[in-house]
Design a protein around this ligand. Structure first.
Ligand code: HEM
Length: 244
């Protein structure tokens, strides 16, 4: 086995390990967080329901159900073998995913407005919802124009934001577990820090993936074919889809 094929195998293994962890966490968090909003009973809600707003629980339910669906569908859309084997299924799931994101994001704007949580976390939710809608719109527009590689970039960004629902809860659970070691640490501070950290870290990880798995292979191909000087973004509108 050559060094190149060895590193290809290692990269594939690493990709599948990350994919597996992402899928398991996405399904796990959707399975844990969404059911309280299927019952129709506001008392089952994990966040306090605003007693002055009759629609608050409904907005949480309309947010959580499609949010959970997007969380579960997302990882499967990144598997190139599935895309190649059944492009129609990829398109169908892609449409369901994007519609789910739009519905969940709009409902989350209401849920944030009615929320009894603090100002800082609500600002984080507003920013997250707007970025969620923007990246979904870009992902849709690029694929309608046939810009496959750019579509992939925007979908990585969009799913990283969807996945903030997972990392938020991981940070929150961790924060609550260590709370007793930090006297004076309030729940609200842990919630705020978890919300902001989930956005920041996920965005950084997504950008790392975009550079390493999408831009770097394009640059390598260009170098190996000894093409003329690269034009920034030129290859991103092509149909090349590097990665597993
Ligand atoms: C990424 C964009 C998202 C935004 C902007 C967002 C926003 C919000 C907001 C504002 C609330 C109310 C929180 C409060 O009152 O303190 C909330 C709660 C909730 N969200 Fe999201 N969310 C997002 C993604 C998701 C996803 C992908 C899921 C999928 C599971 C999800 C599931 C839930 C659930 C179940 C609740 C109720 C609180 C709980 O039971 O933990 N959210 N979200």
């Amino acid at each position: 086995m050559t060094t190149t094929s060895l590193s290809r195998t290692a990269r594939r293994r690493w990709w599948w390990a990350s994919w597996g962890l992402t899928a398991v966490l996405a399904i796990g968090i959707a399975g844990y967080a969404v059911p309280p909003y299927l019952s129709g009973n506001p008392e089952a809600s994990n966040v306090p329901v605003n007693p002055d707003v009759a629609l608050h629980y409904l907005t949480l339910a309309v947010h959580a159900l499609p949010g959970g669906l997007a969380l579960i569908i997302g990882p499967f859309q990144f598997v190139s073998r599935l895309r190649a084997r059944s492009p129609r299924l990829h398109r169908l799931l892609g449409r369901i995913y994007l519609i789910s994101v739009v519905v969940a994001a709009v409902a989350s704007l209401f849920a944030a407005t009615f929320s009894l949580s603090g100002f800082s976390i609500r600002v984080a939710f507003y920013i997250l919802a707007v970025a969620w809608l923007y990246t979904a719109a870009k992902a849709y527009r690029t694929i309608r124009r046939g810009e496959v590689a750019l579509h992939r970039v925007w979908m990585i960004r969009n799913y990283a934001l969807t996945f903030a629902a997972v990392t938020l809860r991981i940070y929150l659970i961790t924060g609550l577990a260590v709370k007793s070691s930090f006297p004076g640490l309030e729940f609200e501070a842990i919630y705020d820090a978890s919300g902001w950290a989930s956005i920041l870290v996920n965005v950084l990880v997504a950008e790392y993936f975009i550079v390493q798995r999408t831009l770097a292979p394009l640059a390598r191909t260009r170098r190996s074919t000894k093409d003329s000087a690269p034009v920034p973004g030129e290859n991103l509108v092509g149909t090349a889809s590097p990665g597993v």
